[in-house]
Design a protein around this ligand. Structure first.
Ligand code: NCD
Length: 321
C-alpha cells in the first residue's frame, strides 16, 4: 500500500514526519512510532494539566469523511482544537458535490486549497493513497475500506504501553472479523513491529489473509498461530476484538451466521490470564457484553480516550508545530 509521501514543504529533520502523509502503518519506521508514542505521553500530560497549547495556531485541519464515524472524526477534531488549530470538514457525503458526481481527486484538490492537512475516511481501499497523490497538503488515512486505519493502531499501541508498561515480548490474540476489519490490518503490524507473537482467532471464512501472515512472519520474525477457538486466547496478554464488520459482508446471511460467534464474557475472563487486557477499536456489539465493562481487564474505554493525545502527537509532528 502507501508510502509516506513527501509534500512540497516536507523535511527530513526530527521524527521525519513533517509534511508527510500517513497512509499505512507499514510506512512508519520503529523510530517514528516511538517518537509518536513519546510525544503522545507529553500531550497526555498537557491535557491532564489542562494546558493551553498553541502549537498549531493558524493551522486548519479538514475532515473529509465519506463513511460514518463517531470516535475518529471527533477525536481528530478535539485533538486539533486542543493544539490551538481550526477545523473544517464534512461527515455526510450527501451534503457535498460528490452527489453531483465530483471525483475524489477533484474533491481532494479543492479541500487541500482550504486546509493545511486532510483527514480522510473512505469506503474504498486505496482511497487515501489516491487522495495523497492529488493533495498538496498531508493526508492522514482515517480508514480506507477494509484496508487500514494507522492512527487507530498508534493509539492501540499507546494503550498497551500505558496498561502493560511494556510494548514487547507478549502474546496478542486478535479475534473475530480479521478479514474485513481494517483496524486489524494496521494493529497486527504495530504489535509485530515490537516483537509480540500473534494468535489470529477467527472462523476460517474471516481469517487473516495468508499474504498478511507471511508478510508478518518474514519481516518481523514473530510466531503466528491461527485458530478458530476462543479458548486459545485464554493465556494471551492482550485480546483485541473488533466488531463483525456488517457493512463489508456481501451476503447478509453470512453476517448473521457470524454476528455472535465470539463473546468475551465474565465466564471466559474468569478462566483467562489474570493480567489479560481486553481491547477493541469500538464500536462494540455483542462480542463485548456490558457485564465485563467494570472489570480491570476491560480497557476499551480508556483506549478510546487515548485517541486524543495520540492524534495530537500525530498532527503536531506532521504539521511541525
Ligand atoms: C473502526 C473503523 O472505522 O474501522 N472505528 C474506529 O475508528 N474506532 C472500527 C469499526 O468500525 O469497527
Amino acid at each position: 500500500m502507501g508510502r509516506i509521501v513527501g509534500k512540497p514543504n516536507s523535511s527530513s529533520s526530527g521524527s521525519g514526519l513533517r509534511g508527510k502523509d500517513l497512509i499505512s502503518f507499514k510506512d512508519l519506521s520503529k523510530g517514528q512510532v516511538i517518537s509518536i508514542l513519546n510525544e503522545s505521553e507529553s500531550m497526555l500530560r498537557a491535557l491532564t494539566r489542562r494546558a493551553k497549547l498553541e502549537y498549531l495556531e493558524n493551522r486548519i485541519m479538514a475532515t473529509a469523511f465519506f463513511e460514518p464515524s463517531t470516535r475518529t472524526r471527533l477525536s481528530f477534531e478535539s485533538a486539533m482544537q486542543r493544539l490551538g488549530g481550526g477545523v473544517i470538514g464534512f461527515s455526510d457525503v450527501n451534503t457535498t458535490s460528490s452527489v453531483k458526481g465530483e471525483s475524489l481527486a477533484d474533491t481532494i484538490r479543492v479541500v487541500a486549497s482550504y486546509a493545511d492537512i486532510i483527514v480522510l475516511r473512505h469506503p474504498k481501499a486505496g482511497a487515501a493513497l489516491e487522495a495523497a497523490e492529488y493533495s498538496d497538503v498531508p493526508v492522514i488515512n482515517a480508514g480506507d475500506g477494509s484496508a487500514e486505519h494507522p492512527t487507530q493502531a498508534l493509539y492501540d499501541l499507546f494503550t498497551i504501553k500505558m496498561q502493560k508498561r511494556r510494548l514487547s515480548g507478549m502474546s496478542v490474540a486478535i479475534v473475530g472479523d480479521l478479514k474485513n476489519a481494517r483496524t486489524v490490518h494496521s494493529f497486527a503490524y504495530a504489535v509485530a513491529m515490537f516483537k509480540n507473537n500473534i494468535k489470529f482467532i477467527a472462523p476460517e471464512q474471516l481469517q487473516a489473509s495468508g499474504e498478511m501472515v507471511e508478510d508478518l512472519e518474514d519481516n518481523y520474525g514473530i510466531e503466528i498461530e491461527k485458530s478458530d477457538s476462543l479458548d486459545e486466547a485464554k493465556e494471551a496478554d492482550v485480546i483485541y476484538i473488533p466488531r463483525m464488520q456488517k457493512e463489508r459482508f456481501l451476503d447478509p446471511e453470512e453476517y448473521k451466521r457470524f454476528a455472535n460467534y465470539y463473546t468475551i464474557n465474565k465466564k471466559f475472563l474468569s478462566k483467562a490470564n489474570d493480567d489479560i487486557i481486553v481491547m477493541s477499536p469500538l464500536p462494540r456489539l455483542g462480542e463485548l457484553p456490558v457485564e465485563i465493562d467494570n472489570l480491570k481487564s476491560s480497557v476499551y474505554f480508556k483506549q478510546v480516550a487515548y485517541g486524543v493525545p495520540v492524534r495530537m502527537a500525530v498532527l503536531k509532528l506532521i504539521l511541525g508545530g
